[in-house]
Structure formats: structure tokens, C-alpha cells
Design a protein around this ligand. Structure first.
Ligand code: MRU
Length: 347
């Protein structure tokens, strides 16, 4: 039973503060769209699908708080709410996907009074959250056949329950393999600088009794060269039409290492992460984050004062290094441009 990082109970949005894990399990409460936007920006909630779910609830709060008599007054204000939520993080397309879906829902119900539209929007946010958990389980079933009995699996960042509406994408595939009775061992890259691997992946796998070994990012090549890794599976923040995949910084390095060692490299992501409007990875916007994430560990300074720092939060793995993209509509192996487009045509 994996954790759900986002809950909606009695009109309150509750999110576990992922910045404090694993030492503190603090649930924060949200009632308005501005504070939800702040939570996304400051990484209380993170991971592409989870950002989309949180933004959908934020949009629903924003809609509820608009005073308008008709759709013509309501909708431009609702668009402003969505624009505010969209301006939080640029890379994960699930954020924009969720907000587009909320705007479309509002337009579909344009004949209703604005307070009724707001009710529909809350139902839509709940549907997005519930669907994400369900689709991850479907994806897990599609993906687990790639995980052999006894597999030693390397993962990077956190593409688990904490990063989604529940269950996880990459970790969902691993969970499904375990549920299918396979014994697996997971190796979690710590994922500098934000440490999603050590703080979040290790924590949620240990909670579910899935064997996990924590390594520093720069140890992956050594373990591969020693024959201690059988495959790699990661999540995604945005997949371009040709299969190029943006994911947490360091993913590209792992993919190059996997190719060098002849290991399969899998990406697991829902259709909401695929952006057919972007032809290839070069057009994916990459978030640059605060230098302090690199120079500091908590309050402790790890670098000389004033040092020049780069902190890109994501990189792009070219499609040619990806063995298969596992989605909730099926698996694409090579020929990504046609394969990914075909997934959208499936009912
Ligand atoms: O900066 P983050 O923690 O939001 O980045 C998260 C990742 O890169 C995940 O691997 C990705 O969102 C997939 S989550 C199912």
C-alpha cells in the first residue's frame, strides 16, 4: 500500500511536505490557489504528475473564489488563476496538461452559473488525481514484464508514489513486478542536488519493504562495470514527439552509462507527460534553480563564497538511448515518432 502525497478531505487539500522527508512527516493544508502555486514552486509537492494534480486542485480553488455573474466575466479571471499556477515550474508538461484540461472543463460547462462551474472543476481535479493513480497501476502491469526475476534495477530521482497521484511511474513498474511475485533489488541514485533519491525513493521503498540500496550518483558506472545492475528505469517530466525525454538532471548520464554497459534503459510515464507539440528534446524548457541547492547542504556551506554555479534541474536523454517508453496505453520500443502518436489514437 503506497503513500498518496496529495489528499483532498472536507474541502481541504493536504500535501505531505516533501522538503522535510525523510526526517519529518508533516502534512500541510491548502485552501487557495496562490498557496498551492507556492507549494509547487518551493517543492512541497514535486514530480511531474503530482504537480499536475496539485495544480488542478489549485485551479478549482481559484475558480471557487471568483465572484462573477456570468461565464464571460468568470472565464478571463479563471485564465489568470491558471496562468499564475502555470508560472511555477517550466519543465514538467503535466502541469500545463492539467491546467488545459481544467480550462476545457470550464468551457464545456459555460452555460452553467460560475459557482456551478467551480463545482464541476473540483470534480475534475478529483478525477485527475484518481485517474493518475489508476493509470500508474495500468502502466505497472504493462511494464513489469520487462523486469526479470531477481533483477537489480537502478533508478534516478523519485518517480514513485510521492511524485504522482499514487503508486508511481518508474517505481510503479517495480511495485507491479513485486506484486507479480518477482524478487527485485533497487539501487537508488541519491540525485544531487535536491536528493530526491536518498530522501524520497529510499524512504518510500523502505516503507513498502522493497529492498533498496542507496548510492551516490557517481557510483552508478562502477556498479554497472561490476555487473551489479541489470536494467535502469526512470520517470519523465516531458517526452517530445520523437521520444527525447526530459527527466531529473543526471538521467542522461545514466542513460549513456547504460548504453556503454549494454543495459536496457526504460522510461515510464503516463500519456499526460508526452508533449507532441514539441518535436524534439532541444525545445523542452529546462528549469534552472537556485545556486544555493548546489552550494549548501541545509545551512552548511559546501563551496567557497561567491563561486559561480550552474543548477539545471533536468536534462534530456535522446530517444536513441531509450530501450522502451512504458505508458498507460502500452509500450513503445523504438520508432518513437510513430509509436507515441499511435498511443493517442488508442481509445
Ligand atoms: O524536480 P522534481 O523533483 O519535480 O523532478 C522530478 C523528476 O524528475 C521525476 O523523475 C519526474 O517528474 C517523473 S515523476 C513520476
Amino acid at each position: 500500500m503506497s503513500i498518496k502525497p496529495i489528499l483532498f478531505e472536507n474541502g481541504t487539500l493536504k500535501m505531505i511536505d516533501q522538503r522535510l522527508l525523510p526526517t519529518q512527516e508533516l502534512w500541510l493544508e491548502y485552501h487557495d490557489y496562490r498557496s498551492v502555486a507556492e507549494a509547487i514552486k518551493t517543492m512541497v509537492v514535486r514530480g511531474a504528475p503530482a504537480i499536475g494534480v496539485a495544480a488542478a486542485f489549485g485551479a478549482a480553488f481559484g475558480a471557487r473564489d471568483i465572484f462573477a455573474d456570468d461565464f464571460e466575466t468568470f472565464y478571463p479571471r479563471f485564465e489568470e488563476v491558471c496562468a499564475h499556477l502555470a508560472a511555477t515550474r517550466p519543465t514538467a508538461v503535466n502541469l500545463f496538461w492539467a491546467l488545459d484540461r481544467m480550462k476545457e472543463t470550464a468551457r464545456t460547462h459555460r452555460s452553467l452559473a460560475p459557482d456551478r462551474i467551480a463545482e464541476r472543476l473540483l470534480l475534475e481535479a478529483k478525477a485527475i488525481a484518481e485517474e493518475d493513480d489508476r493509470l500508474n497501476r495500468t502502466m505497472g502491469r504493462f511494464g513489469e514484464r520487462f523486469i526479470p526475476e531477481g533483477a537489480r534495477i537502478l533508478t534516478h530521482c523519485n518517480a514513485g508514489a510521492l511524485a504522482t497521484g499514487g503508486y508511481g511511474t518508474a517505481l510503479g513498474v517495480i511495485r507491479a513486478a513485486v506484486e507479480a511475485g518477482k524478487k527485485v533489488a533497487v539501487f537508488a541514485d541519491e540525485t544531487r542536488p535536491f536528493l530526491q533519491g536518498s530522501r524520497l525513493t529510499a524512504w518510500e521503498l523502505m516503507k513498502d519493504n522493497i529492498p533498496v540500496t542507496l548510492i551516490c550518483d557517481n557510483m552508478a558506472g562502477y556498479l554497472m562495470s561490476k555487473g551489479e545492475i541489470d536494467c535502469v528505469i526512470v520517470g519523465a517530466d516531458r517526452i517530445a514527439a520523437n521520444g527525447d525525454t526530459a527527466n531529473k538532471i543526471g538521467t542522461y548520464t545514466v542513460a549513456v552509462l547504460a548504453r556503454e554497459h549494454g543495459l536496457p534503459f526504460y522510461v515510464a510515464a503516463p500519456l499526460s507527460t508526452i508533449d507532441l507539440a514539441i518535436p524534439d528534446g532541444s525545445a523542452i524548457p529546462i528549469e534552472e534553480r537556485d545556486a544555493r541547492e548546489v552550494t549548501h547542504s541545509g545551512e552548511r556551506n559546501l563551496a567557497p563564497e561567491g563561486v559561480v554555479v550552474r543548477n539545471p534541474a533536468f536534462d534530456v536523454t535522446p530517444a536513441r538511448l531509450i530501450t522502451a517508453i512504458i505508458t498507460d496505453k502500452g509500450v513503445v520500443q523504438g520508432h518513437y515518432a510513430e509509436g507515441l502518436r499511435a498511443l493517442f489514437r488508442k481509445g
